[in-house]
Design a binder for this molecule. Sequence first.
Ligand code: SAM
Length: 249
Amino acid sequence: MPTTRRRTTGPAGHAYRALGDPRARPNLRWLRELSGADPGAIASVLSELDGFAAVEAEIRRRHREGGRAHYAQFRAPFEAYALVRLLRPDHVVETGVSSGVSSAHFLLALRQNGGGTLHSVDRPLPQRGAKFRPNESPVALPPGRETGWAVPEELRRGWDLRIGASEEVLPELVRELPSIGIFLHDSRHTPRHLTFELETVHPRLAVPAVVLADNTVWTGQAFPRFARALGWPVRRRGRSDLVGLLRSL
Ligand SMILES: C[S@@+](CC[C@H](N)C(=O)[O-])C[C@H]1O[C@@H](n2cnc3c(N)ncnc32)[C@H](O)[C@@H]1O
């Protein structure tokens, strides 16, 4: 009997529907700019994600249980996955974990690569009361939860998660690493703090390396200034304020 395949809404369509955040639809142009990979290679790694729809559904379930329905703080989880698959970094560093959407996708891709480590730094912000209030930051930890609370158990093995302010934790972490293939800033969004993080990781950036920064609407010229100093163009994800650069040969 002929089988009918469910139509997806584009690359990783099943995965992004399972995660339940329409903003997460992958931006192919941004991925091309940041990876330097050809469209076939990008389509190939994104198509893997449809096999992980159960992982996405588990992240969504955990968000719902924690009172954060439709919450995915980081809007480019599938690009995070694809960049790790395409660049195959030994070390990925991120600041700002919250429930762990970006972390889960980095971890998934590293597992698929068969090697490499995610190092994450987070100083959690506890939710003020038992119930989430509309005037509160959605990144706050619901009662009884810990940093990375939406990351499925099966992905946590080997995760180097360090709790503390990145001002204190990041310099020591960077000193321990031989190289950083991907860096994501998603912690304290001020110009001064972003500059501090970029200057801290800079000496260890691999070639190639991708550097990402979210919420740059709040960080002024910090990222463009860093990109200019390195000599690589700033790549913006569509019209959002999530930006990145590819440092290549
Ligand atoms: C925007 S959320 C991170 C979202 C996350 N990347 C995701 O994919 O869901 C920002 C996180 O950074 C934490 N944070 C804020 N300031 C920080 C600092 N100075 N050092 C480390 N973490 C910080 C917040 O408490 C919060 O957990």
